[in-house]
Design a protein around this ligand. Structure first.
Ligand SMILES: [Zn+2]
Length: 541
């Protein structure tokens, strides 16, 4: 998830984060500049060493990015992905706890001891029907209809592992106190897990969370930003089956109720605030026309920019569902499939990270990278501008009255419990519409590999700041307690009884996995996934 300015998203969808306030409040005035850090030659040297370690890991980083790309697994079904990533972490000395929060594909990997405790997170799930040959600047699926990394979530945990392995080497060499925890955003596209990680206590001892999300740019922001939070709810209607021609008067159609709920919602949409986003898919529309559907269901995302408005939309949705049931003589129940608070990101940590982003700088794109980017931009009829050439200013708070909605990401739930920032690293390009094959084109090419290496450096350098300058952790918590959560308190959308929707996407992976398995990357035979697929880089029309 899916935080920032209008973000850029090329890469995927944006990670739009959201304005979060439960109440409107005056946005902070002009940001006060962070106190200038005193010269610290030891820290500078460690940052240089971290960058050198990360450069030396380029091949391993590329292999991880390509490997996860080739798995292309959807939310809650990231079995190959998690098996692979946790094995890499164990090989590097991390202790892995699997199946956390009742989610089979979730895990927590820990190394080190003592304070500070730094959590490095990123998402791992793919997008339905986004299968795409990397490095090819037009729609060309590896497997027609199969899922793929059409948001670029194959790259973030490889970035964090690269950063963590470099950090571990330096922490051992320098005898630095501190604990690194790596964790995956399972089923981010469903906003399906992070609220459960919080509910079940996995961030209780964490001092700072450094999250990473793919982007077309290299940046970070703080405060409330553009975007939404959401609840994801499935309504299940129950009627009576009957012969649809012989005795239709004996039937009660659950599908009629789904259609009437959708019609009711679409009329109400005219009278909703401009900030809202709402959309649905019919998850069960019946079996065949001559059987009056006794069961039908519809799945809604209700998005708004703060907790009270999301709750209000959800109530309206429930009213529509009950009214549709009354109109059709059916019954309705509903269950929550996901949720996300709007993000609010930490000023101290973001300013610290921003200095490191500037220190690292954008990758050096070569002619082949630019040719791919321009080729895809021309194909999609969007401005042909190649790849990022400059680092944007640090993102600052968007006042709620200026937030006209957008995407959501359940990193928001973490950000309201622990000082958190989101590193946007330049592993994609501005071209695709998000959640699409087009957003997968770069994600196993040198553009992604270079962007991940650059992002890993910024991530590792920021962790070094936190390890060597304990006053930053204190300042981060002061902002969290005295500014961010002064008037707004976190209340989860999920209840103590709700359970993660781990059955989602199971049937899709069962259908496609046997064919997808033939295309898993084998780094023992091929230097890159492009080489394995026999793709000339870049391939443009
Ligand atoms: Zn995402």
């Amino acid at each position: 998830m899916d935080r920032r300015r209008i973000v850029v998203v090329a890469a995927a969808v944006l990670f739009l984060v959201a304005g979060a306030g439960a109440q409107r409040r005056t946005p902070p005035a002009a940001p006060t500049p962070a106190p200038k850090a005193p010269p610290n030659p030891k820290l500078d040297k460690l940052k240089q060493d971290a960058a050198a370690e990360i450069d030396a890991m380029r091949v391993q980083t590329q292999q991880m990015v390509d490997q996860v790309f080739s798995y292309g697994e959807l939310g809650f079904q990231e079995f190959e992905t998690s098996k692979y990533l946790t094995a890499v972490l164990e090989r590097h000395g991390f202790t892995v706890q699997r199946g956390i929060a009742g989610i089979p594909t979730a895990w927590l990997a820990t190394w080190g001891s003592g304070k500070p405790v730094i959590a490095l997170g990123s998402d791992i799930d793919g997008i339905p029907q986004a299968s795409q040959k990397p490095g090819v600047a037009y729609h060309d699926p590896i497997i027609e209809g199969a899922p793929g990394h059409g948001e670029g979530h194959n790259s973030g945990v490889p970035l964090n592992i690269t950063a963590a392995v470099a950090l571990k080497a330096l922490m051992e060499r320098e005898h630095l106190s501190g604990t690194l925890k790596l964790w995956p955003g399972v089923a981010e596209e469903l906003d399906g897990t992070k609220a459960y990680y919080i509910r079940d206590g996995f961030f209780k001892d964490v001092d700072v969370c450094l999250f990473a999300h793919v982007s077309a740019d290299f940046g970070v922001g703080w405060g409330e930003s553009r975007g939404t939070g959401l609840v994801s709810v499935e309504y299940q209607f129950k009627g009576e089956s009957a012969h649809a021609a012989a005795q239709p008067w004996r039937g009660r159609s659950a599908l009629d109720a789904v259609e009437l709920m959708d019609i009711g919602w679409n009329f109400r949409r005219e009278h909703l605030r401009l900030q809202q986003r709402s959309h649905d898919v019919v998850t069960n529309g019946g079996d065949q026309p001559n059987v009056v559907p006794p069961n039908a269901s519809v799945w809604y995302y209700f998005r708004e920019i703060d907790y009270p408005h999301i709750k209000e939309m959800w109530e309206t949705g429930n009213t529509m569902a009950k009214a549709a049931a009354m109109m059709t003589g059916t019954d309705v129940t509903w269950r929550i499939l996901g949720s996300a608070w709007m993000g609010h990101f930490n000023k101290t940590v973001a300013e610290t990270m921003y200095d490191n982003i500037r220190r690292v700088g954008l990758p050096a794109w070569d002619d082949a990278d630019l040719k791919l980017a321009r080729g895809l931009q021309a194909e999609l009829k969007v401005p042909v501008k190649g790849l990022a050439t400059e680092i944007e200013p640090i993102g600052t708070p968007v006042p709620p009255e200026d937030n006209m909605g957008g995407g959501s990401d359940d990193i928001g739930d973490i950000s309201w419990n622990v000082p958190t920032v989101v590193l946007r690293y330049p592993a994609n390009m501005q071209a695709g519409p998000g959640h699409s094959w087009a957003n997968a084109v770069t994600m196993a090419t040198p553009i992604a590999h270079k962007g991940v290496t650059a992002g890993a450096k910024a991530q590792a350098m920021t962790a070094l700041d936190l390890l060597l300058r304990p006053e930053l952790v204190e300042q981060a918590w002061a902002y969290f307690r005295n500014v961010q959560t002064k008037d707004i308190k976190y209340t989860p959308f999920i209840s103590p009884d709700d359970k993660p929707a781990i059955w989602l996407n199971k049937a899709t992976l069962e259908k496609y996995r046997p064919e997808m398995r033939k295309y898993y990357y084998d780094p023992s035979k091929y230097p890159t996934y492009l080489a394995q697929l026999g793709i000339t880089y870049p391939t443009v029309r």
